[in-house]
Design a protein around this ligand. Sequence first.
Ligand code: IPE
Ligand code: IPE
Ligand code: MG
Length: 245
Amino acid sequence: MGLFKRKKAAENSERVLPKHIAFIMDGNGRWAKRRGLPRKFGHREGAKTFKKITRYCKDIGIKNVSFYAFSTENWKRPKDEVDAIIELFREYIIDVRNYIGEEVRVLFLGDKSIFDDDLRKKMVDLENDTKDYNRMTMLLAINYGGRDDIVHAAKTLAQRVRDGKLLPGDITEEMFQPELYTKDVPDVDLLIRPSGEERISNFLLWQSAYAEFYFTNVLWPDFDSKELDKAIDEFNHRQRRFGGV
Ligand code: IPE
Ligand code: IPE
Ligand code: MG
């Protein structure tokens, strides 16, 4: 091994990998606008980035990676844009095995009941078929809201109280975790938002309580493995205290 490769290998072995990276895939519309194209072209391009980044995360050994694809607030957008996004989503889940390969568990975050039977069945089947894979978990948030996630978990616990299996005073933070859409997936370590916006926009609120935030002006369709390496390097320079000293 040459000196450069040895140095690179040493760097990589010292680098701490976040256990869970979350991406807010933002900036698709602006990417298209800058090219004089309709917004949906930006979503198509952004979906390609999603494929590349998923594969890269798997290759470098990230165990959990979440992507915010469509929020509970995004229904406010014009119907043709919403339809284009759902159509892309449909295409991508049919094709999922081709780009993530085997060994990846897929979890969908959000309320699936809004989708038609055919799409919902595809989502449930994919979750069931991949549930035992453990090389990486890929979480795709669609019709997802962080507040909705917490309310949904609260309803499950409330039902348990109603059934006489749990006392209100016995509810703990630990009981919420498995009822959230993210189930057994650990909290977010690194939350990445491209496009220059510096806000969480109702993504993984509970799960990001102690996440490190990384913002970049790059638009999501232009985001690549080099950008991700930069974010991971930055993460390695952060001092996490979790309330301690
Ligand atoms: C993110 O890109 C994708 C979704 C919200 C579905 P945007 O569509 O929000 O892109 P900008 O923010 O308008 O550039
Ligand atoms: C957040 O982006 C949602 C997704 C990326 C899916 P938005 O573009 O919807 O967020 P705001 O409206 O700028 O906060
Ligand atoms: Mg946006």
